[in-house]
Design a binder for this molecule. Structure first.
Ligand code: GUN
Length: 286
């Protein structure tokens, strides 16, 4: 019988713990969110991040910059936030407009305020298995596995997608827990031959229905991080959200599967709050 890897309960538990810690603090942790341009999906995510900060008693502010913001302007803002003692965490919502160099921006964020875990210092610390601020979505996936007592050691984890946001940091986290990890991407030949070997299959590419039931091993744990909007006139919004996995057909083969939405998404936000508190404490609190 397949079991659902739902994110709501474990993410509520994390938020409750963060809120309890924040309540004890005189000065509350503050998250500064930078968003450039008007990507509609990013606007939804950013609104959710502010709402979640409020729910746990943290403060947040937003720097919503126009699409034509220059590299220099963005760097100047980050430099200012890096040294502002009132700011505990800095988050630059991705993707950035094409004219901006994401890697340079990530490198500039103060590693102690890097609540996304995308600064090379934090990526390096994760790689050598040391304590650091860890990327929110992959950390959320690891917590989801842990919460449900799903073993990782010795398992063959196959990741579809090698992004900075999910695939690459998740690969490190799984290796640190002694999984055997295969990372697939758009240039991978014969994807099915690899996904069908996975004990744990994680997909994060944003291609609705990419993972079909014949690509999944009997008894696998399937984690769907994909996010696509599919036009659907029968819904109020005119679209529905779809993951990468053909859920209805794949679920019969799995031991565990994430619903999507409702699986990894809530965990990402909960880890962001956890990271903001951690960053605040790392900076010595106030
Ligand atoms: N865009 C999609 N996911 C993320 C994330 O986890 N962090 C940031 N900064 N941008 C994103």
């Amino acid at each position: 019988m397949v079991k659902l890897l739902e994110g709501k309960r474990p993410s509520d538990k994390i938020k409750y713990q963060v809120a309890k810690e924040v309540k004890k603090l005189d000065v509350k942790p503050k998250l500064s969110v930078i968003m450039v341009g008007n990507n509609p999906a990013s606007e939804v995510y950013v609104a959710l991040k502010h709402k979640s900060c409020k729910e746990v008693g943290m403060t947040s502010d937003e720097y919503h910059l126009p699409e034509n913001t220059t590299q220099e302007e963005l760097e100047k803002l980050i430099t200012k936030l890096n040294t502002n003692p009132a700011v505990s965490g800095i988050l630059v919502q991705l993707p950035l407009p094409k004219n901006l160099k994401t890697s340079r921006i990530m490198s500039l964020i103060n590693p102690a305020k890097d609540v996304d875990g995308f600064n090379p210092v934090n990526i390096g610390l994760l790689t050598i298995g040391d304590k650091c601020l860890e990327a929110c979505t992959p950390k959320g996936i690891m917590l989801l596995l842990e919460e449900n007592k799903i073993p990782v050691e010795g398992m063959h984890a196959v990741l579809v997608g090698k992004s900075l946001i999910v695939g690459k940091p998740l690969m490190q986290m799984l290796l640190n827990r002694n999984a055997t990890v295969t990372v697939c991407h758009s240039k991978t030949r014969d994807l099915k031959s690899l996904t069908s070997k996975a004990d744990i299959l994680v997909t994060a590419v944003g291609k609705a229905g990419l993972i079909k039931s014949d690509m999944v091993k009997e008894g696998a744990v399937v984690i769907d991080v994909g996010f696509s909007r599919i036009p659907d006139a029968s819904t109020q919004l005119g679209y529905r959200i779809a993951g990468d996995v053909d859920f209805e057909n794949v679920k019969h083969k799995c031991s565990w599967i994430t619903p999507n939405p409702g699986g990894v998404g809530p965990m990402t936000v909960a880890v962001l709050l956890q990271n903001t508190l951690k960053a605040y404490l790392m900076q010595g609190g106030r």
